[in-house]
Design a protein around this ligand. Structure first.
Ligand SMILES: Nc1nc2c(c(=O)[nH]1)N[C@H]1C(S)=C(S)[C@@H](COP(=O)(O)OP(=O)(O)OC[C@H]3O[C@@H](n4cnc5c(=O)[nH]c(N)nc54)[C@H](O)[C@@H]3O)O[C@H]1N2
Ligand SMILES: Nc1nc2c(c(=O)[nH]1)N[C@H]1C(S)=C(S)[C@@H](COP(=O)(O)OP(=O)(O)OC[C@H]3O[C@@H](n4cnc5c(=O)[nH]c(N)nc54)[C@H](O)[C@@H]3O)O[C@H]1N2
Ligand code: SF4
Ligand SMILES: [Mo]
Length: 700
């Protein structure tokens, strides 16, 4: 046995970028802890970090390609796999057109350095516009708002949680999720610090979440009514003559139009729909206006709903007109060392809706179509029908709305490939699975999450363990496939070469930012708090902020319809929302024994009064159904959930035939996305409306 060594790296599971200290001996991990010397996370980590070891040692994890046959799966060589895939994809494209091939990218791509760099040329090599990703079950409304207001979809304002005096959290549960579109390791610590310095946190959520429990105030809201609440707050800001643009005074367009429209949304006119009293909305706005600094942060609950687009626009508006934008304690733009916008010229707003999906006519944006349309694009015959698919690090059968219908669609494909580490609910439909390496076998640098971070920091993590010669990293798989698809040589660059070049050309390059500098500082480097930088960062043609893009104005009749005649299908009287769990990440970490041990977490939360009317008691099995499906689930009765609303976890439902995730397969639990309706989307952005699904409940 050789000596015990220590390795420092960033955890790449969620967006928090926690620094880890890993003790290891030869190729065995002995312990994983938070790195006390990481300047950003300062020793914090959550229980998921230790599972990095489990993913590495998991016996179910694939390491070499497998091919589906009539009798089961067989091992094949990398070369055989690449040859077959290129031949099949090209054959299908030659016969049915380039767009007959589709691609779906999942969430772990954003947490993988090589993929973050090489997916772009890979996608190009496929030559199809039928591109889909988990972004349209997640944060697409943020990108659309940034594109139209600030000129670039990736120019995302993040809450300056470390300096704010007032934080309004709408539809986010960062105490459990560890933050999203807000990279902030140890969110609990940062929230408590707000309170310690005399500040206040208010949470708006149909559920009394762990975040709500820590907050100073929690207001229950009816699902999908956030745009009305935000509008009413904006109404109050105008009505009380509290608009204060500060240094943006001469930079902002559309204030008058906004004021005119906001007149229609008095707190009194929305209160009943929103489920929050008018006086409470007025007080909330007054508190925000009175605070020395304040920030409104809206996340999943406000994005994955039928008004996600409006919510993210209005969130930015509220921050701007209360003087809390591009200013300490407000919403600010990070200045990442690897700047995704380095080559983004001013005035090059991404065009929106230049293509529409074939069947439902939903918009193409940021290089992709909404995944809520994927099943119908596969199943509807005619010109442009999708006949083959490649998924890269995604599990849409469990993660996309009406996932069970998507599975049926996958079954009908002519040919499917998955780049994935598991044989799971999605990849089981593939003809060939190409497994990459995972976590500790990869080097790492967070390109995306540094762009959404509450502090400017930099850190590079080398691979802890060299992969075996017979394995391929994800990016090597992508580059090889790209070469085969275009009959060219394999890209000779490594992620490190690109990273070094980007760091040197980035905003801190002049101070000698380079890969070597990061290697020399294994705990990471703190660059400092976010700085006002809108004048440098903004990408609109004239360098101005558009408060009132026409796109949103055009969407208002849809919102107003809800206000004037709220539609309710009496057959489905409850609203279903999702919830995240501390010890799982989306659909794919449930094969770790230590993360799943304990009580079944996949339960339906029901309010006591609803339970009484339904005649159901704690622990009872109920059937919950929506217009698209039905599942059976155990009930938990709690007044943490709003009356009329029920909640169940996302990411479950692993006990399906034909997968190879032996631990996950033994877990009880069903998929929430067998209930969510792919036809419910935010028609403005195409984002899936995963929250607020109308459902019925009866005793099983
Ligand atoms: N109802 C409901 N649905 C939701 C949500 C919700 O809140 N409610 N949340 C949505 C959100 S925010 C998201 S981001 C999506 C996520 O949607 P997806 O990205 O489709 O789902 P994941 O569970 O992240 O799937 C990750 C896949 O990547 C594989 N994988 C893991 N690590 C690696 C790796 O290193 N390399 C490769 N090649 N593969 C790897 C896993 O085996 C798994 O198949 O789900 C969405 N779906
Ligand atoms: N432990 C853990 N951490 C994770 C993940 C995970 O699966 N597990 N997933 C990661 C990913 S991919 C993402 S994108 C982030 C997401 O990070 P968050 O957005 O913080 O996570 P959610 O728990 O989905 O929070 C959504 C909240 O919105 C509420 N909600 C639902 N509908 C509505 C509504 O109509 N209005 C309002 N106001 N609220 C509503 C829900 O009750 C919930 O509390 O988390 C990341 N971190
Ligand atoms: S909070 Fe996220 S980044 Fe931090 S240890 Fe947990 S999973 Fe990893
Ligand atoms: Mo996500």
């Amino acid at each position: 046995m050789s000596e015990i060594k220590t390795h420092y790296r960033n955890c790449n599971i969620c967006e928090a970028m926690c620094g880890l200290e890993i003790k290891y001996q030869d190729k065995e991990i002995l312990s994983i802890k938070g790195d006390q010397n990481d300047p950003f996370s300062k020793g914090y980590n959550c229980p998921k970090a230790t599972a990095l070891q489990d993913f590495y040692t998991d016996k179910d994890r694939l390491k070499t390609p497998i091919r589906r046959t009539a009798t089961g799966w067989e091992d094949i060589s990398w070369d055989e796999a690449f040859t077959e895939i290129a031949e099949k994809f090209k054959g299908i494209q030659n016969e049915f057109g380039r767009n007959a091939l589709a691609v779906y990218l999942g969430n772990p791509n954003a947490h993988n350095l090589g993929n973050a760099i090489f997916l772009k040329p890979f996608m190009k090599s496929l030559g199809t516009i039928n591109r889909f990703s988990s972004a349209s079950t997640d944060q697409m409304p943020h990108h659309v708002a940034s594109n139209f207001m600030f000129g670039a979809g990736m120019l995302i304002p993040v809450p300056d949680i470390d300096r704010t005096d007032f934080m309004l959290i709408i539809g986010g549960n960062p105490v459990v999720s560890n933050g999203s579109m807000m990279t902030a390791p140890n969110v609990i610590g940062r929230m408590k610090a707000i309170q310690k310095r005399g500040g206040k946190i208010v949470v708006i959520d149909p559920r009394r979440t762990r975040t709500a429990k820590i907050a100073d105030q929690h207001l229950f809201i009816r699902p999908e009514k956030d745009a009305l609440l935000l509008f009413a707050m904006i109404h109050c800001v105008f009505a009380s003559h509290s608009v204060n643009l500060r240094h943006l005074e001469n930079m902002v367009d559309g204030l008058e139009g906004l004021e005119r429209i906001a007149k229609d949304y008095s707190p009194e006119s929305v209160a009943e729909h929103v489920g929050i009293e008018a006086i409470a909305i007025r007080t909330l706005t007054a508190d925000m206006v009175a605070a020395d600094s304040a920030v409104c942060y809206s996340r999943m609950g406000a994005s994955t709903q039928t008004f996600g687009g409006l919510c993210q626009w209005l969130t930015n508006v509220l921050n701007i007109i209360t003087g809390n934008f591009d200013r300490a304690g407000g919403a600010m733009f990070p200045q990442p060392a690897f700047d995704l916008l380095r080559n983004h010229k001013r005035g090059h707003k991404t065009s929106f809706g230049q293509h529409k999906t074939r069947v439902r006519k939903l918009p193409f944006f940021n290089g992709e179509f909404p995944v809520a349309t994927l099943a119908e694009e596969i199943q509807t015959p005619g010109e442009g029908q999708i006949r083959s698919l490649i998924t890269v690090a995604g599990n849409p059968v469990l993660s996309s709305p009406s996932g069970h219908k998507l599975a049926e669609a996958f079954e009908g494909l002519d040919y499917m490939v998955s780049v994935d580490i598991y044989l799971n609910e999605t990849t089981k439909y593939a003809n060939i699975i190409l497994p990459g390496t995972t976590g500790v076998e990869n080097s790492h640098f967070d390109i995306f999450f540094n762009s959404f971070s509450v502090r400017n920091t930099v850190k590079y993590s080398a691979a802890l363990f060299e992969k075996e010669d017979y394995q391929r990293c994800d990016y090597q798989i992508l580059n090889e496939l790209a070469a085969r698809m275009t009959d060219s040589k394999v890209n000779p660059y490594t992620p490190e070469m690109i990273l070094d070049m980007e760091l040197k050309s980035g905003p801190y390059g002049e101070e000698g930012m380079s890969l070597q500098k990061l290697i020399d500082n294994p705990h990471g480097i703190d660059i400092g708090p976010l700085m006002p930088c809108i004048e440098e960062r903004i990408k609109t043609a004239e360098g101005r902020v558009d408060l009132f893009p026409q796109l949103y104005v055009d969407d208002l009749p849809r919102l107003n319809a809800v206000k004037s005649h709220p539609a309710r299908d009496e057959n489905y009287p409850f609203d279903l929302i999702g919830r995240r769990l501390v010890k799982s990440h989306n659909t794919w970490t449930q094969n770790s024994e230590r993360l799943v041990k304990g009580k079944n977490p996949c339960t339906l939360e029901v309010h006591p009064e609803d339970a009484q009317v339904l005649g159901i008691s704690k622990g009872q099995l109920v059937k919950i159904s929506s217009i698209v499906g039905e599942v059976e689930i155990e009930v938990v009765i709690t007044d943490d959930i709003q009356k009329g609303v029920v909640s169940m976890p996302q990411g479950w439902g692993h006990n399906q035939k034909g997968t190879k995730m032996s631990v996950a397969a033994k877990q009880p639990g069903v998929s929430i996305n067998d209930l969510t309706d792919a036809n419910r989307v935010d028609t403005l952005t195409g984002n899936a409306a995963l929250n607020g699904t109308p459902v019925a409940i009866r005793v099983a």
